[in-house]
Ligand binder design. Structure first.
Ligand SMILES: [Zn+2]
Length: 93
C-alpha cells in the first residue's frame, strides 16, 4: 500500500469519522463507508488516535449535558461563533 493511498483514506476517514461515531440516524453512513472507516482505523494509528479523541470529546460533552445545563450566555456565544464560522465558509452575510 502506498502512502498516497493511505493519505487519501485518512482524509476520507476524517470526513466520515464524525458520522461514524455519532451514528446520526438522519445522515447515516452507508454500510460500505462504515466498514471502510472501521478497516482504516485498524490499520492507521493516526486516525485511531483521532477517533479516540473524538470519542472522549463526545462523552465529556454528554457528561456535561447531563449534569450541567449551559447558561444562555454560553449558548449565545457558541451560536455566534457558529454563525461567524458559517459566514466565513460560505461568504454569505
Ligand atoms: Zn488514517
Amino acid at each position: 500500500m502506498t502512502s498516497n493511498f493511505l493519505m487519501r483514506e485518512c482524509r476520507r476517514t476524517a470526513r466520515n469519522l464524525q458520522r461514524f461515531l455519532d451514528r446520526d440516524p438522519s445522515a447515516p453512513l452507508s454500510e460500505d463507508d462504515r466498514r471502510r472507516v472501521e478497516a482504516h482505523l485498524k490499520e492507521c494509528e493516526k486516525c485511531r488516535t483521532l477517533s479516540e479523541e473524538f470519542q472522549a470529546l463526545h462523552s465529556s460533552l454528554s457528561d456535561l449535558g447531563s449534569t450541567l445545563a449551559p447558561s444562555d450566555e454560553a449558548v449565545d456565544r457558541v451560536k455566534a461563533a457558529l454563525d461567524r464560522a458559517l459566514q466565513a465558509e460560505t461568504g454569505q452575510p
